[in-house]
Design a protein around this ligand. Structure first.
Ligand code: ATP
Ligand code: SF4
Ligand code: MG
Length: 325
């Protein structure tokens, strides 16, 4: 059994304009110690899906299951979710300032986090642990900087603080939602390195949300490609890059610079409205391969090759013959 098993997750929001179907039947597994990357353009439902799993989506209609270590997170009561969040499931977001309180010293915030979940630990021990964590994520002079405020850290260093806080209780799963998007490339690489090092050290599973396939190439074991709230393709990392099947995956790859200076080909057009989705393939309006059959919704089906490789597209299902892009 996988550490996290999400099945047929559906999330919708009632709005004055109609029902926004943000996540439409999402299923995936996260294995202990492995990294699952969730990729897709803005608005594809990456954040809504993971926030729903951790009980952070307000005012939504939710169905499906998300078993984490035997507990269904979708039906779990708020107290159970609060206990799991932080202790068992750590979270980091794109903007650390939205998660770190600006008026409290970072060390104090980590200490409070630790003490909220571990009632047996004393203040001094928690403070020592906080300093250790800050040094573990590569903050120079951690013992002194523990008394600094969030704004006294650079963007990259703040993201390291967030990682320290998320890892403070040695969670089994870390959910990182665009953790490096706001950072420049060099700092991004450093922060990803920190995550990878901690993962090796502690055996943490990671769900890494990103729209950057470069980050996927660096980090992922398996990849879920989302579009308009649904999975378009799912596969081990190598297959996504070298034996991909779905035209949307190919479109994302074509918009990734292989070498700096290469010309990019962004996917033309925009995603469909999540209020009035087309009946057939959601990608049809932008797909250069579209044909008659695409007016019916393509199911997520095995494409041959690796049994973990699936695609929701009507094109022939032999990835060996698929155009490598
Ligand atoms: N509370 C809400 N009410 C109505 N619609 C919402 C709400 N929250 C999210 N949505 C919509 O759900 C869709 C999915 O949003 P989500 O934030 O998950 O996208 P995302 O893939 O994380 O995008 P990004 O890469 O920009 O972070 C979007 O169309 C968004 O507008
Ligand atoms: S099902 Fe049709 S429209 Fe959709 S991605 Fe495949 S070929 Fe393109
Ligand atoms: Mg998001």
């Amino acid at each position: 059994m996988a550490l996290l098993e999400v099945r047929d997750l559906r999330v919708s929001f009632d709005t004055p304009d109609g029902t926004v179907r943000a996540v439409r039947g999402l299923s995936f597994d996260v294995e202990a110690g492995q990294t699952l990357a969730v990729v897709g353009e803005s608005g594809s439902g990456k954040s809504v899906a993971t926030q729903t799993i951790t009980g952070l989506t307000r005012g939504a209609k939710v169905s499906g299951t998300a078993y984490f270590d035997g507990t269904d997170l979708i039906t779990a009561d708020p107290a159970t979710l609060r206990r799991l969040r932080g202790a068992q499931i750590g979270m980091i977001f794109q903007d650390p300032l939205s998660s770190l309180h600006p008026q409290y010293r970072v060390g104090w915030q980590i200490v409070e986090m630790i003490r909220a979940h571990d009632l047996t630990i004393g203040k001094q021990a928690a403070r020592k642990r906080a300093a250790e964590l800050l040094s573990l994520v590569g903050i120079p002079r951690a013992a002194e900087r523990i008394d600094d405020y969030p704004h006294q850290f650079s963007g990259g260093m703040r993201q390291r603080v967030m990682i320290a806080m998320a890892m403070a209780l040695d969670p089994a799963l870390l959910i990182a939602d665009e953790p490096t998007t706001a950072l420049d490339v060099t700092v991004q690489a450093q922060v990803l390195n920190v995550m990878r090092r901690l993962q090796e050290q502690f055996g943490t599973a990671i769900i890494l949300i990103t729209h950057d396939l470069g980050v996927v190439a660096e980090m992922a074991d398996e990849v879920v490609v989302m579009y308009a709230g649904a999975v378009m393709e799912r596969a081990p990392r190598r297959d996504i890059f070298y034996r991909n099947h779905h035209p949307y995956t190919q479109g994302l790859l074509a918009s990734l610079p292989a070498r700096s200076g290469d010309r990019l080909t962004p996917i033309q057009g925009t995603p469909p409205s999540l209020i009035s989705l087309p009946k057939g393939c959601p990608f049809a309006a932008r797909c250069s391969h579209v044909f008659d059959k695409c007016s019916e919704p393509p199911p997520l089906a095995d494409v041959g090759g690796d049994p973990r490789h699936q695609s929701a597209c009507w094109l022939p299902h032999d990835v060996n013959e698929a155009v490598a892009s």
